[in-house]
Design a binder for this molecule. Structure first.
Ligand SMILES: *[C@@H]1O[C@H](CO)[C@@H](O)[C@H](O)[C@H]1NC(C)=O
Ligand SMILES: *[C@@H]1O[C@H](CO)[C@@H](O)[C@H](O)[C@H]1NC(C)=O
Ligand SMILES: *[C@@H]1O[C@H](CO)[C@@H](O)[C@H](O)[C@H]1NC(C)=O
Ligand SMILES: *[C@@H]1O[C@H](CO)[C@@H](O)[C@H](O)[C@H]1NC(C)=O
Ligand SMILES: *[C@@H]1O[C@H](CO)[C@@H](O)[C@H](O)[C@H]1NC(C)=O
Ligand SMILES: *[C@@H]1O[C@H](CO)[C@@H](O)[C@H](O)[C@H]1NC(C)=O
Length: 348
């Protein structure tokens, strides 16, 4: 059995997410307390209507949706925003997935919000459109520190300030992404506001979230700050799809010669599959990634095998359940903000 040092785990747990470009991963929800509705109420009927609309979107609308139904006091309003690198189908799929999970997680709350890897969904019994809200806010730092934290922080701060200026002025999307150097490292960043905000509100949302990001992620190699009206993120590896609205089918993954050669030539290389099991309500979400045994090839494996592996592997829940020995404790590596993590091994 391949030993996976637990020191690798937090890094891996975090860096798995950027790799699963094709998968929606549910991150966080917040059910606003003290806002319950009752079964068979008008509010429930209106909310069900919103949920069914969000589950069956067809328009792209630049990845932003503003829905409302019902009349006061039972009116339900909702907004949804996809990350700017999503295609229409990816966005619609993320919103459907996220609203479904959120309803399961907050069954009786009039108001709730959730963030997934690629989108945010919020609904409430009040107008949301055009109203800046900075709470609830969630900070999700990578556990890994940069080699040179001070230098890295300075680079992040500078990048975020530039991106904030560009995103604030953005139209129709309030979005900007870019990169900068910190010594030998590159920092990739992206920031985005809901496009219903005016420039000043977007700037204010980004400023508040940037301040939080620089505090809670100080010296870390990656981070995101999620709030109802803006999302900020930086990583030390690229995490976005390149084309925001590709007209054709998605690019087919190809092995780089280096990655392929390495795997084929080394029969000491084993493959470990890390399975993150996130249980939200009764729904189980699996995301899967691969890396090779040797630590010095971890980066290569992550960027080469990780992406292509995810694309080419198909695991159903039963297979994963078997492989983790019914999610046994002995196969459990730990648990993090994104769910429990298990290891399973395949022979090559
Ligand atoms: C709301 O519902 C939750 C879960 O059913 C319950 O624990 C809580 O007491 C309720 N709160 C109010 C104010 O009714
Ligand atoms: C929305 O998600 C549900 C549950 O995952 C799925 O059954 C349904 O087909 C999806 N609807 C659309 C329009 O994709
Ligand atoms: C958003 O929803 C609100 C509430 O229904 C509505 O007044 C407003 O016109 C909508 N805005 C857009 C751009 O759809
Ligand atoms: C949900 O958000 C509220 C503030 O908006 C916060 O006080 C509360 O702690 C959050 N709940 C969770 C579980 O994070
Ligand atoms: C901001 O926008 C300007 C003008 O479009 C562009 O030249 C610059 O590269 C952008 N900077 C970033 C960090 O996106
Ligand atoms: C955001 O912060 C920058 C510098 O910290 C400041 O110049 C700018 O006015 C702020 N923008 C808003 C909308 O608060």
């Amino acid at each position: 059995m391949v030993a996976v040092g637990s020191s690798l785990l937090p890094l891996f747990l975090y860096s798995l997410l950027p790799l699963t470009l094709a998968l929606d991963v549910f991150l966080f929800e917040n059910c606003t307390q003290g806002t319950n509705f009752t079964a068979s109420s008008t509010y429930q009927a209106n909310l069900n209507s919103i949920v069914s609309q969000l589950s069956s979107l067809t328009e792209f609308n630049n990845g932003f949706y503003n829905l409302s139904t019902g009349t006061s006091p039972d009116n339900v309003n909702a907004i949804a925003l996809c990350t700017a690198d999503r295609t229409r189908d990816q966005c619609i799929s993320c919103v459907n997935y996220t609203i479904t999970e959120l309803r399961g997680a907050c069954p009786w709350n009039k108001e709730a919000i959730a963030w997934s890897e690629f989108c945010m969904v919020k609904y409430a019994n009040r107008n949301l459109f055009g109203n800046l809200e900075n709470d609830p806010r969630k900070c999700a730092p990578s556990p890994t520190f940069a080699m040179n934290p001070d230098q890295f922080n300075a680079a992040v701060s500078q990048l975020m300030n530039k991106l904030n200026i560009n995103a604030t002025a953005g139209d129709p999307r309030k979005y900007a992404s870019g990169q900068t150097k910190s010594g030998f490292d590159t920092v990739y960043g992206s920031v985005q506001c809901t496009p219903d905000l005016d420039d000043e509100s977007c700037g204010s949302c980004l400023n508040i979230s940037t301040t939080e990001l620089l505090n809670c992620c100080s010296g870390k190699i990656g981070c995101r700050v999620l709030s109802p009206n803006c999302m900020l993120r930086f990583e030390s590896n690229p995490f976005e799809n390149e084309a925001p609205e590709p007209p054709g089918p998605p690019p087919t993954p190809t092995h780089s010669p280096t990655g392929k050669g390495k795997r084929n030539n080394s029969n000491t290389t084993r493959i470990v599959i890390i399975v993150i099991v996130s249980v939200v309500g009764s729904v189980i979400v699996l995301s899967i990634c691969i890396f090779s045994r040797r630590r010095n090839s971890l980066v290569k494996a992550r960027t080469v095998d990780g992406i292509t592996g995810v694309e080419s592997l198909q695991f159903n829940f039963d297979a994963v359940q078997n492989a983790t020995d019914n999610f046994s404790e002995s196969n459990k590596l730990g648990a993090g903000g994104f769910g429990a993590v298990y290891k399973i091994q395949l022979s090559e």
